[in-house]
Design a protein around this ligand. Sequence first.
Ligand code: RAT
Ligand code: ZN
Length: 434
Amino acid sequence: MEASSVRTSDFTEGSTSVRELKCEQIQSVVEDVLRSTQFIDIHTHLFSPAFGKIGLWGIDELLTYHYLEAEFFRSSEIMPEAYWKLSKRERAEAIWKALFIESNPISEATRGIVAVLSAFGLPTDELGLKEARQFFETQPIEAHIRKVFQLAGVSSVVMTNDPLDPEERPVWINGGQQHPQFHAVLRLDRILWGWPNHWQQVASQGYAVDERASGKSVVEVRRFLADWHKRMQPLYVAVSLTDAFQFPDDSVTSKFLTEAVLPSCRELGLPMSLMIGVRRQVNPALRLAGDAVGRADLRAVEHLCRTFPENRFLVSVLSRENQHELCVYARKFSNLMPFGCWWFLNNPSIVEEITRERIELLGTSFIPQHSDARVLEQIIYKWRNTRLTLAPILTKTYYLLHNDGKVITRQGIQKDVNRLFRTNFEKWTGLHAG
Ligand code: RAT
Ligand code: ZN
């Protein structure tokens, strides 16, 4: 990389003295800033200890992650029907054998297991599973969480909290959770697209709703949201939507979004997160691993951002083909915050492509990544990989800027990394720094 100059000098900015970086210093400073900055993980499926056994952690949970189950069926003779009859331990053993002993774990999800084991100094060879079980069984959960967060370089994580989940609901009803490193999110899939199968649950909580979402249903859903807002103190409201999502149309989803959820978000000051592009259960035999992806019509996002300028939207799209449009829409609507490289996109080659494009079109006004972790220790490898992928992208960005004639400083790089991985989210949600 040619730099236009190799000037280096100290100067003052406000009252602080800053040092201009030489071109050849940029890479190591970028790496150091990424390493030392604590990120906020804005979307996970993790739970604080208050939720008991629904908070997943340890080697058997790591091995039976649905990303690995999908890969397992490609490398094993065991058919899904037989697999689901096995116990969790037996499933983990089958996956360990097929993906780690009989094959080299070179895929993104399998490499993640290797990285987690080695982060704890555990063997990654044949003995790995046995030793890992012994190790994880003896970890006290609170101290283990602290260690995992420290290894992952995250200060806090955002959960996914469904008020209609029968396992979660009792925890919230009995006082909820106060863990400072776990933030709540009000997830509304069962209401926004699963209404025909779930309205009775809302009714059984004392709200006058009906199957057709008619009569007092809208007003009552707003009352439901206000009550759950009080209980959970969520940072935002969220829903995952299929590639067929349209807005506006004559569905219950459109009706509830327009008349209940978005007005409540405005009143309560909450952003709305839309994760768009899943094709649910293309292979139901694989259960959670049976979902796929489809290209969505992002005119729905255009309509939402234009029609509701006072709502803030956090948007992640699953299809690679939708990424460019999402960036263009973000240039049109300042109430749209693109975030994350989700699920099938969370691979270095695709993260690189998407992140470069976002920087080129949006500067630092987006949130590059979330982990989507379902098992606690996954945040270690997911954030490690994000930092590894981001370092050359940011380095190249500052090389180019340096060549254009701008003075590059550590402080400037730190400000950008803070904005990408912390303050965009803090400002959007009102989360206080810390
Ligand atoms: O990435 C995943 O684990 C998916 O199964 C989904 O949970 C997705 O992240 C979602 O939040 O709907
Ligand atoms: Zn998720």
